[in-house]
Design a protein around this ligand. Sequence first.
Ligand code: GLU
Length: 411
Amino acid sequence: MHAFEQYQARVTRAATLLGLTDAQVTRLMTPDRVIEKQLSVDLADGHHEFPAYRVQFNNARGPYKGGIRFHPAADLDEVKALAAMMAIKCAVVNIPLGGGKGGVTFDPRTYAKEDVHAVARAWARAFATDIGPDKDVPAPDVYTNSEIMDVMLAEYESVTGTKAPATFTGKSLGAGGLEGRDTATAMGGVYVLEAYLAERGIDHNDMKVAVHGFGNAGATVAMLLYDRGFKIVGIADSKTALISDEGLDPHVFHVAKERGESLIEAARDHVALEIGLPDEVLTMDTDVLVPAALDNVIAPGKGVAEELTAKVVLELANGPTTAEADAILRERKIDVIPDVLANAGGVAVSYLEWKQNQTETHKTREQVNTELKAIMTKAWSEVSQFAKEHNETYRDAAYALAITKILGAQT
Ligand code: GLU
C-alpha cells in the first residue's frame, strides 16, 4: 500500500465505526488543493530541477498547517498522505488549524549548506502566493529545520514585500521562533507516554526503551526519557544501531553527533554495547519502542510487526506502522500510541508560536511546556476514553474523534 492508501484504510475503519455517509468519506479523502512545481536552481555542481509540492488538504478547522520535507523519496502521494494526517493531528490535539504538507524531492545530505539554502529560497518563491499566516503555514519536517524556516521566511517576506513571521513556524528564536519548539515533538510524546503509563499504574523506572532514528525527535526523546529514569537500551540513526542491556546515555551520543561524529565513531570508547544495523532496534528486547525516523518501518514482510517485543509503540515518526501491521499488533495486543497523537506536540507548539507572532507576546520555555503538557494530556484522555468505550485501538479512536471534529467544522 502507498502512503495515501494507508490513510484511506484508516479513514475507512473510522467511517464504519462512526457510520459516515459516502459523501462524508469522499470529503475526508479529497484534498482541497494539490500544488506541484518544478524548482529550477543553480547549485555548486550545476543546474538542477527538483519536483516540489504543497498539498492543502483540509482547512475546515483553520489555516492549512504542516511541515516541508526535503527527501530524495518525497513524492506527491506521500505529501498528500502527510497533509491529510496533519488535519487529523491538529483536530486530535484540539488546535484550530487544518492540514497541509510540502516537500521537495531532493537529498540535502549530499549538498553544502549554501546549496540547501538555495533550494529553500526557491521553494519559498515558488509557493509564495499559496501560503501566508491566515492561509497556509509551513514548518520544518524531515531534513528541514529552524535555519531552513528562517531562510524561507526571509525569501517570502522579500518576494511579498511584507513582514509576516507567522507565515512559518519552527523558526529560530531570533526570527520569531518560540522557546521549546525545538524539543516539542519529543516532549509531547513523553507527556503522552507518561499519561499512558500513569493510567495503567506502571512505574517507568528502568523501563527499557529502544529508539529508531536519531534526528531531532529521536535524539531528544531518548535524552528526555533517560533523564526521567527510563533505560535506553537501543538507539539507531540511518546507518548504525547501538544496543546495550545495561543502558546507554543518549546525551553522549548526541554531543558526539553534533560534533560531526558518526554513531560508530562515538561508540569506540564504550565496551558494553553491540553495534548493529539500524533496524535491529525495532525487534530487540525492550518495553517501549519509539520509531522516530521515516515511515513504513513496522510493516509486514519485514517481520517487524510479528517479532517486535515492545509492549507499547510510541510513534514519533509520521506513518511508521502500515495499516497491515496495525492488524498484527492489534492481534498481538501491543498498544500503539499513534503518530497523530504521539508526535502532535510539534504542531501544538507551532500553534503557540503562530499565535505569539500575531500578538507579539513572549512565552518562556517553562510556559510553553506547561501549555504543551495540558494540550497533550487532554488529547490523551479523550483518545483513551474513546478507545475504552468502543473497544478500539488508540489509532482508530484518534481518527474517529478527529474526523468528528473536522466534519463538524466543515461548511
Ligand atoms: N512536521 C511536523 C509534523 O509532522 C510539524 C508540523 C508543524 O509544526 O506545522 O507534525
